[in-house]
Design a protein around this ligand. Structure first.
Ligand code: 13P
Ligand code: SF4
Length: 353
């Protein structure tokens, strides 16, 4: 759970006063998050929430927030929340003129690629991703030379340059469907080695991998999973497929962030541990007060760069605008749109465990 200390450390921009007017404007939202955010913390957040929600209307803006955003953002100012695939779909269809991406840079680029006529803002330009940083467009061109004719499936956690060199994109929600949609005996899957290996366990298609890793999920081990089972008898273990295959193999269910949320909603386990970024449990626990969440905490330092004060600054100053070279964007869009055309994720492919 977010603590006052975390909030102070993450709030580098000036605090705003908690006035009766702010209290009135945020009354309904306060009720919604009461269980999760203590009063003392709320008084720091509420002035930003009130101002951001007013500015969104003024500027015809929407905030798209990933499931890993902290509860003070996820439950208060976000217009749409979801996994990478859901946010990309939302970016493609929104009527708003401005999209503020409460997530990381590749997500903002994907929004810009899908909605080139919109202004796309990211509140902190340094919000990167270890997977996106693990491969360049030049690397992909070399892979093509080395494996002529083998289709390249690229995880959305990559730069526009890398997407532009690819045949099709995927997310963790639809990776198996995308690989099988190509009808090829062999595909190259970049850059997440663990996601690729987890996909390989679910399909007959041969998968060539790249050695990129998510710095959050690579830290979990099979030993951690066994320790959760021992210390919390009966716990249901949900893991993200960016975790190493031996972690996924020991879990009860493995899927994208939205698939994990879906599992909790459908099955209502008594006790659950989400082997993923730590804000997930905070956000999901609000909707399911009857479920006990065991909370190991691996933070994504990139996702945590996004704060309420930075979102406010972003809307006030229209920064930082994310742009993509139109020629690269056109080729990257083709790869993303091919993925979207594969359709909604198949239920039988949701569980990697
Ligand atoms: P999904 O939300 O698509 O499962 O992705 C997880 C992730 O690590 C995004 O950066
Ligand atoms: Fe990248 Fe992992 Fe952070 Fe997602 S959680 S943005 S994959 S480093």
């Amino acid at each position: 759970m977010t603590t006052l200390l975390d909030t102070a450390a993450r709030t580098s921009l000036k605090p705003l006063p908690f006035t009766p007017e702010v209290a009135r404007a945020t009354k309904e939202i306060r009720e919604k998050v009461k269980r999760l955010i203590p009063d003392v913390e709320w008084e720091l957040h509420a002035p930003f929430i009130a101002r951001i929600n007013a500015l969104k209307k003024e500027k015809n803006a929407v905030i798209l927030a990933h499931n890993y955003q902290t509860p003070d953002i996820f439950n208060t100012v976000a217009d749409f929340v979801g996994d990478s695939l859901q946010l990309a779909r939302e970016a493609a269809k929104t009527d708003a003129q401005v999209i503020v991406q409460a997530g990381v840079h590749f997500m903002a680029e994907t929004s810009k690629i899908l909605s080139p006529e919109k202004t796309v803002l990211i509140p902190d330009l340094e919000a990167g991703c270890s997977l996106a940083a693990s491969i360049t467009g030049a690397d992909v061109r070399l892979l093509r030379q080395r494996f002529p004719g083998v289709p390249i499936v690229t995880y959305v956690n990559t730069s526009a340059d890398v997407k532009a060199e690819s045949d099709i994109c995927c997310t963790s929600s639809n990776a198996v469907d995308v690989v099988e949609s190509l009808g090829a005996p062999r595909v190259i899957m970049i850059p997440d080695e663990f996601l690729a290996k987890n996909v390989a366990r679910m399909t007959k298609v041969e998968i060539i991998t790249w050695a990129g890793h998510c710095e959050v999920h690579e830290r979990f081990s099979a030993e951690d999973i066994r320790a959760f089972r021992k210390s919390h008898p009966g716990v249901i273990i949900l893991a993200h497929p960016e975790c190493p295959p031996e972690v996924v193999a020991e879990a009860d269910f493995a899927g994208s962030t939205s698939a994990m949320i879906g599992y909790v909603g459908d099955k209502r386990p008594k006790r659950v541990v989400m082997v993923t970024e730590c804000s997930m449990s905070d956000n999901v626990s609000l909707a399911y007060p009857d479920v006990e969440f065991v909370r190991p905490c691996n933070l994504c330092p990139h996702m945590k760069r996004i704060t309420l004060p930075k979102i406010l600054r972003s809307l006030e100053t229209m920064t930082y605008e994310v742009t993509v070279d139109p020629a690269i964007a056109a080729r990257a869009r083709a790869a993303v749109e091919r993925m979207l055309a594969v359709g909604m994720p198949t239920k039988s492919h949701r569980n990697f465990a």
